[in-house]
Design a protein around this ligand. Structure first.
Ligand code: EPZ
Length: 421
């Protein structure tokens, strides 16, 4: 196992390029299952979750070639439709093979993903969606089994207790591309990753309308072809670097981003006192000496993203006042609080709100990464802490940030990767 060792107190400056979005690339790779023809996906980040998805596709019998950020998938003749527990348990996003397998092969057996440290991860909306398209679904032995000779279009409302669902929308949209007739998804997620997936499906020949809205219409077609697609830049990586610059009173230029995708993050960081300017795909971010406290509520897109909540909390630890951060997407996603408090932060949890009493400086400590975004928050905290911070179990961060240590180091942060003793 490896850890990050961070010497805090160094401003970051310079420019950094953003990698492709993991959460776009994963469902797009799953969508290649819908065709018999090869697809080529570009700008795919080199991450553990992507490697897991490649393993899953190979388990089904697909040929997958990858290198230099490009993945070529050759699905012709694949005949396995079982996504095993061993792989699904390491990455809950594996559930997005359910819709494509079912639509293309008439059968899918996918291990139930279960909960995780960010809270329960139910799949009731995924199941509701494919049932509405005519699938026969049963659950047994920890697996979901779905069968349908040919799916048929229908109207389905995909809202849960916490709003729309990104991957349920993706699953049902993918399944509907090959269904007979028209499907309308109401309360669909409109995250940029859903739009990117829809754009890929359209290149494959799918007929989709409304993918930037909460009502998506899919007219089923008989077959889809292969396609070539470039994955959008990662808006969460973009936001994480923005927070890094703001926290360290730094001055960086982020290249290759889509500024429209980080509107809520820009808005909140400006409220906290950052100076941000945008030109085409470049975002210039300058911090300030002591940030102002702010109140934030996470919401589905275009609201403030839950995947940026932990990182923003790290920044709020060192403001001059009290911030309240309310989590409305995953109300239990607060595992990072105890570790930030080990670094001297003053954070109290009240239901699904964190009350953060800003202090002048955190102090370096050994801390434990628990999930992807919580780990990113600990790295950010380490950048501004007095002394040395050791972030253990960084395999979590390797699931979703491509070369984060190298990128931060190139901006002047003192961070290195070491083997655990
Ligand atoms: C996607 O997960 C992302 N993962 C998550 O990113 C992200 O946090 C989440 O969307 C919200 O933006 C990928 O895209 C691979 P949801 P997803 O279904 O689709 C509830 C990261 O750090 N819900 O939109 O699984 C659910 O419990 C990861 O990169 C149901 O109730 O999330 C949550 O409260 C972590 N029933 C809310 O909906 C369901 O059937 C939104 O979750 C499905 C979800």
């Amino acid at each position: 196992m490896e850890k990050f060792v961070i010497e805090g107190g160094h401003r970051i400056s310079g420019s950094v390029s953003i990698s492709g979005a993991k959460n776009s690339a994963l469902p797009i790779l799953a969508a290649t299952l819908l065709s018999d023809e090869p697809s080529v996906i570009k700008n795919v980040p080199n991450l553990r979750d992507i490697t897991t998805m490649i393993k899953i596709l190979r388990t089904f019998g697909l040929r997958v070639l990858s290198g230099n950020g490009t993945i070529r998938v050759e699905p012709r003749g694949y005949n396995q439709c079982i996504a095993p527990y061993k792989l699904v348990s390491t990455m809950r996003a594996s559930i997005c093979v359910l819709g494509p397998l079912l639509a293309k092969k008439g059968f899918a057996q996918v291990s139930l993903p279960g909960g995780c440290v960010i809270g329960p991860r139910p799949i009731d909306l995924h199941i509701k969606g494919i049932k509405a398209l005519g699938a026969n679904v049963s659950i047994g032995g920890g697996y979901v089994y779905a069968r349908a000779k040919r799916l048929h279009g229908n109207k389905v409302y995909l809202g849960g207790a916490f709003g729309s669902s990104v991957l349920a929308t993706a699953n049902v949209m993918m399944a509907a591309t090959l269904a007979r007739g028209t499907t309308i998804i109401e309360n669909a997620a409109c995250e940029p990753e859903v739009v990117d997936l829809a754009d890929f499906l359209v290149k494959m020949g799918a007929k989709i309308k409304g993918q930037k809205t909460h009502v998506i219409e899919i007219q089923g077609v008989k077959r889809l072809s292969g396609a070539e697609h470039t994955v959008i830049p990662d808006r969460i990586e973009t936001g994480t670097f923005m927070v890094a610059a703001v926290m360290t009173n730094g001055d960086i230029e982020i290249k290759g981003a889509i500024p429209d995708h980080v509107g809520a993050v820009v808005d909140k960081l400006v409220e906290a006192g950052a100076r941000i300017s945008i030109k085409n795909d470049r975002i210039k971010v300058c911090g300030r000496n002591r940030l102002k406290p702010i109140n934030v509520t996470t919401l589905p897109y275009p609201g403030f993203p839950t995947d940026m909540q932990a990182q923003l909390m790290a920044a709020m630890c060192v403001t001059a006042g009290i911030s309240i951060i309310t989590e409305k997407v995953y109300p239990e996603r607060f595992i990072h609080i105890s570790e930030l408090n080990r670094m001297g932060a003053q954070i109290m949890l009240e239901g699904s709100s964190a009350i953060v009493n800003g202090i002048p400086r955190l102090s370096g400590a050994p801390v434990m990464a628990s999930d992807l975004r919580a780990s990113a928050a600990l790295v950010l905290a380490g950048l501004v802490a007095r002394g040395t911070t050791e972030v253990h179990r960084i395999y979590h961060i390797d699931r979703g940030y491509e070369m984060i240590a190298e990128k931060l180091h190139s901006l002047g942060a003192q961070i290195r990767r070491e083997k655990e003793d």
